[in-house]
Design a protein around this ligand. Sequence first.
Ligand SMILES: Cc1cc2nc3c(=O)[nH]c(=O)nc-3n(C[C@H](O)[C@H](O)[C@H](O)COP(=O)(O)OP(=O)(O)OC[C@H]3O[C@@H](n4cnc5c(N)ncnc54)[C@H](O)[C@@H]3O)c2cc1C
Length: 252
Amino acid sequence: MTQATEVLVPTSPDEAAAAFGDGSGVTVIGGGTIVMPEITYGRLKVGKALLLGKAGLSGVSRNGGTVTIGAATPIADLVDLPPPLGPCAANVADGEIRAQATLGGNVCAGPGPDAPRGDLQGPLLALDATARSTGPGGERSEPLESFLDDRAGRLLLDVSFGEPAAGAFAALDYPHTHEYTVLAVSGARGADGAVRLAATGLADHARTLSGDPDAAASEVRLGDDALASGWYRQQVLPVLVRRVLADLEEAR
Ligand SMILES: Cc1cc2nc3c(=O)[nH]c(=O)nc-3n(C[C@H](O)[C@H](O)[C@H](O)COP(=O)(O)OP(=O)(O)OC[C@H]3O[C@@H](n4cnc5c(N)ncnc54)[C@H](O)[C@@H]3O)c2cc1C
């Protein structure tokens, strides 16, 4: 017998956190551009669906030099932000997907079966973003890097970062990708002058890079998928790192 899905539509962040609880048996739906096809094709069975669209978790706000972006913010609302986040957001899929897809869904998407996902993880790592989430043990804030390593069973509430002094984004342009990003590098120079780089399009989630173009390919795991081979990505990654470093230098 088919189990009916319980649909939860919280109208505030607190309600969303309460509805999520410890996350067991709950499927979070941001924009649904990944989840809905999974349900449609019968690959995902949902007991409780938590819809974030009305939970008051969307929007971009600034306080002093800190930018905070709610997890349910559509990617389309990020495209005009400065680099590296704005150009990376503009490079995600197409206009229809960007209007529907959310920052939270992008950051929390696991690797896709045929193509990398989670493009926004790259610029957010380069920006040294903090992730605020709730779940077992309650609310916590932590560097995005540790959230990405241990995000199962967490509801992402928002991300925040200090406005960078400069940013840059470079992606592999590849005509037959059906709008997925093959490989990309994001860079940011913080207010303290420190430069951070991160790559997406890897075999797992985004990773930070040391900034040495020749070492980049050995610092991450590059996979083969429907878009490109690991070998090809290995050749291109140093080029993208050099491009980002040059753009950051130019922005001085
Ligand atoms: C044609 C096409 C092209 C695409 N191109 C790209 C691309 O170029 N780059 C790219 O990165 N992706 C791409 N995608 C994949 C996808 O659309 C995006 O990653 C999108 O940002 C996912 O966001 P969403 O809100 O729709 O996620 P959803 O489908 O709502 O959720 C995705 C996952 O994240 C979880 N989730 C959602 N919100 C939260 C939250 N706040 N806290 C915890 N977990 C949460 C869900 O439970 C689910 O497991 C593409 C998809 C299509 C169909």
